[in-house]
Design a binder for this molecule. Structure first.
Ligand code: PHE
Ligand code: ZN
Length: 876
């Protein structure tokens, strides 16, 4: 694989389809060993094309049994087979093409196309899985109506599902049965789905605001019947929210969700028939934590919201992926903010963005939100396309205002309903409704990298004027050496000495207390006038109004003032993060910064005593920047040193605050209930965080508290909180509780994943042997991505001492495991390999070792997915 230059798909080479597909009739004779697929398509040559222009049918890993044009076998010289599929020439302007293929679901370990999960047959077609089912123009700008007939053994597969409405069903000879489904909405092939299995259906109803009665159906394996309530309740909330907040209503008579065990991603928005990783459906208080509950709700909402942002209006080509994903993430973030987590949601999201998207944007895999080339599209389902994409939508809203933005969305959905469009189309609508020139804003879609914004201020007391001087600069990323300035909305406020917000005028604008500075140039100056007093602090980047790295040169006192007084939860938290980050950086450098640490201790003490600070916010305020994020603060870092210093800072700051921590910890007995409210969850979050902190401090009674909390817990949130708190403790208690947990959930794979994750992620001695034992555990399956991720993921993300073992053993072991996984599931292998791509940012010794492990891997026969990532990671 080493020298094979991957062939690139280029945005510049996009061409509208030469042929349209007017109808598709699919017939499946389902069987895990050999499924027969008959596809009949009516094709029509597009206006403006040459008569006889070739028709491309994509196909991969298919056995072709029959190919007919208008009822007769296709002429041999009119069909060319290549590695993309088939090319048909000499067709009349309209034709009916019949293709019969045979596929083998039980041998499909890649989990794309038709495959077996548990006892069910199911499909995954995004992005290019449909071509593993039949020969078809498998591109998102080919929209057509589907009629699907499924035939299968009635005992083994009593449930037969596909998109749309079931129009027919019945028994067949030989113990078989069939069902016919019709989807009235034309759709691209990536939204096709079918499921055949022995599943139970938990159902409910929803009445849309215009009075349509919708059946809601969640399909799960029989033993999981009791774990669907939360998913159904979440779905109903999401449907109501999309009507209320976005004016979007559901459009079919049935909405189905099927939970499958083996799934490469979180879930899939197939029209009317979502397929979900079971992890994002099943929940009960005994098995799922609050975080699981929140994630389930948000993934259910995300897939539901796709019905408009993705399905009704879809992507012209895969470069436009963020058109649906960025917008839908934005929509699900809004939903969780308004319905469940409120202010805490923004902090959680920014934390994730900084820990995962910023590093991506700063590393070898950096790419724009709208990439312009790819070797393998599977590798572009990234934090950049999803999360940064959502930030772009949010910035647009900030720039044009909420109401205009909402009108823009309405216009977008109306104008492009039933079409496959581009991110440019989206921005153009927003420009049109707002009357604003968003030409510069478009650069956010095409330019990769996280902009650095530096700011400084000078106050002229006699004139009552604050001068703000700003600069922006985006560092180079692979393939983009020079960067242009971006259109950056910076939302700011001024905080006075007594903690109140100050009034002023921006330029000749009206008196206000909050302003959006619009950066458009590399350097810019703004002036706030009419200030009665000098601001004690500037609250920059309120609500994280732009995905940038900001350096405003604020001193310790200014940041501490914000921690104490800022009324924007995000900037308040962020001020604490800045101080905490500095404390870590100082100690990595050489000596602790005594003044800084003393200030932090006072600030934390005040927060702990302040009963107005909500538990959920307090939990975030007490938390140090994540290890992953801290690593980004250094050009080259030793991951073990960063871990140790992070722990040392915790001890230095909180040792003297132990009594205050204990007072704020909360009573496990009172918090241990199944209330799914922000308040209840916030209380539990704080409880677990303080417990973990006290264990780290070696506080008296902390281990005993953890043990009691574990043993008495009724909710999984408290049980996991206690377990996570002792996971780095060398005490015998750790082994005892983990063994107890394993015994308790041995037969419950999704819960056992939590145990796999703790065992793999723990740095207590013996990490390599533990890793081996986990891979041999009877509950481990290479064929199930959740199991593989649960072991390999935390080993790389949290077990620094072993993954980053100085002699490179951790890297070599992981590389070997990834190579093995690649033989089964390339898509998951290409995701899991990513920590190995960060070699340039490590200390010299580890950098060499990681690079060597990656080189080794590059020398092997790899899938296109994995080869693409490895090659980009090694590129000079
Ligand atoms: N489109 C899915 C989602 O975001 C993600 C996905 C991509 C699932 C590719 C499977 C395969 O919601
Ligand atoms: Zn999505």
């Amino acid at each position: 694989m080493k020298d094979a230059a991957p062939s690139m798909v280029l945005l510049s080479e996009y061409r509208a389809p030469d042929w349209h597909v007017d109808h598709l009739d699919l017939c499946f004779e389902l069987d895990p060993v050999a499924t027969r697929v008959e596809s009949r398509i009516r094709v029509r040559r597009a206006v403006g094309t040459e008569p006889g222009v070739a028709l491309r049918l994509h196909g991969q890993a298919l056995e072709l049994l029959r190919l007919e044009v208008d009822g007769s076998p296709a002429e041999a010289d009119a069909v060319t087979a290549d590695d993309e599929g088939l090319l048909l020439t000499g067709l009349p302007d309209t034709a009916e093409i019949t293709v019969e293929t045979r596929i083998r679901p039980d041998a499909n370990t890649a989990l794309e196309g038709l495959y077996v999960s548990g006892g069910s047959l199911c499909t995954q077609c995004e992005a290019e899985g449909f071509r593993r089912i039949t020969y078809f123009p498998d591109r998102p700008d080919i929209l057509t109506r589907y009629r699907v007939r499924l035939e299968a053994d009635a005992a083994r597969y009593p449930v037969l599902l596909a998109n749309g409405n079931r129009v027919e069903a019945g028994a067949l000879p030989g113990g078989r049965h069939y069902a016919v489904w019709e989807d009235p909405f034309p759709k691209p092939s990536y939204l096709f789905a079918l499921v055949a299995g022995d599943l139970t259906c938990v159902s409910d109803r929803f009445t849309t605001r215009s009075g349509r009665e919708v059946a809601l159906e969640v399909y799960v394996e029989h033993h999981n019947r009791e774990r669907c309530d939360h998913a159904l309740a979440s779905l109903k909330r999401a449907m109501r929210y999309d009507e209320d907040a976005f004016g979007r209503e559901y459009d079919l008579d049935v909405y189905m969700i099927v939970a499958v065990d083996a799934f490469n991603m979180g879930a899939m928005e197939n029209k009317g028939l979502n397929l979900f990783n079971a992890k994002y459906v099943l929940a009960s208080p005994d098995t799922a934590t609050d975080d699981d509950y929140v994630q389930i709700e948000s993934v259910i909402a995300h897939e539901y919201f796709h019905n408009w942002s993705g399905n009704r209006v879809t992507c012209r080509d895969w470069f436009q992926l963020s058109l649906k994903e960025g917008l839908t993430v934005f929509r699900d973030q809004e939903f969780t903010t308004d319905c469940t987590l409120f202010g805490a949601k923004r902090i959680d999201d920014v934390q994730r963005l900084r820990a995962f998207q910023f590093p991506e944007d700063a590393g070898p895999l950096a790419h724009p939100v709208r990439p312009d080339r790819y070797a393998e599209i599977n590798n572009f389902y990234t934090m950049t396309v999803y999360e940064k994409g959502a930030e772009l939508i949010r910035m647009l809203r900030t720039l044009i205002g909420r109401e205009t933005f909402r009108r823009g969305l309405d216009t977008y959905f109306e104008r492009f309903d039933g079409q496959a469009v581009t991110t440019d189309d989206f921005v153009a609508v927003m420009a049109e409704v707002s009357g604003r020139d968003l030409g510069l804003f478009r650069r956010w879609y095409t330019q990769a990298g996280t902009p650095r914004v530096t700011a400084c201020s000078t106050f002229d007391a006699s004139a009552g004027r604050l001068r703000l001087q700003l600069e922006q600069r985006t560092p180079p990323t692979p393939g983009q050496d020079t960067k242009e300035p971006l259109h950056i909305p910076l939302k700011i406020s001024l905080v006075g000495a007594d903690g109140d917000r100050l009034e002023a005028r921006l330029g000749d604008g009206p008196e206000a207390q909050e302003w959006v500075l619009e950066l458009t140039d590399a350097e810019q100056v703004f002036e706030l006038q009419g200030l009665a007093e000098a601001p004690a602090a500037i609250s920059w980047l309120r609500g994280f109004s732009a995905p940038v790295l900001l350096d405003a040169g604020q001193d310790t006192a200014e940041l501490a003032h914000l921690v104490a007084h800022d009324d924007d939860a995000f900037t308040r938290w962020d001020a604490a993060q800045s101080l905490l980050r500095r404390a870590v950086i100082a100690r990595v450098g050489e000596a602790p910064d005594g003044t800084l640490e003393a200030t932090l201790i006072r600030a934390m003490a005040a927060l702990l005593e302040d009963s107005r600070v909500e538990p959920v916010l307090l939990a975030s305020l007490l938390e140090l920047p994540a290890h992953r994020e801290l690593m980004e603060s250094f050009e080259h870092a030793d991951p073990v040193v960063i871990f140790e210093v992070r722990e040392a800072v915790k001890k230095a700051l909180f040792a003297s605050l132990e009594p205050a921590l204990s007072r704020r910890q909360g009573d496990p007995g009172a918090l241990d209930n199944d209330a799914f409210t922000a308040e209840a969850m916030g209380g539990r979050r704080l409880l677990n965080r303080i417990l973990a902190l006290r264990v780290t401090l070696g506080a008296r009674g902390a281990l005993e508290d953890a043990e009691t909390q574990y043993r008495e817990a009724r909710s999984q949130t408290l049980r996991m909180g206690a377990l996570a708190a002792v996971n780095e403790s060398p005490d015998a208690l750790r082994a005892e509780l983990l063994a107890d947990f394993e015994g308790r959930y041995r037969d419950d794979p999704l819960v056992l994943d939590k145990w796999f994750a703790l065992e793999a992620g723990s740095q207590v001695p013996g990490g390599f042997e533990r890793l081996e034992r986990l891979l041999e555990h009877p509950g481990f399956r290479w064929s199930n991505p959740n199991r593989v991720r649960a072991v390999l993921g935390p080993f790389m993300a949290a077990n620094h001492r072993h993954f980053h073992h100085p002699d490179g053993e951790g890297y070599r072991r992981i590389a070997a495991l990834i190579e093995h996984l690649d033989g089964l599931n390339p898509q998951t292998a290409a995701r899991l390999v990513q920590p190995l791509t960060r070699w340039r940012r490590l200390d010299p010794g580890r950098s060499t070792e990681m690079h060597a492990a990656l080189e080794q891997l590059a020398g092997k026969r790899l899938s296109r997915d994995l080869a693409d990532v490895v090659q980009r990671a090694l590129a000079p």
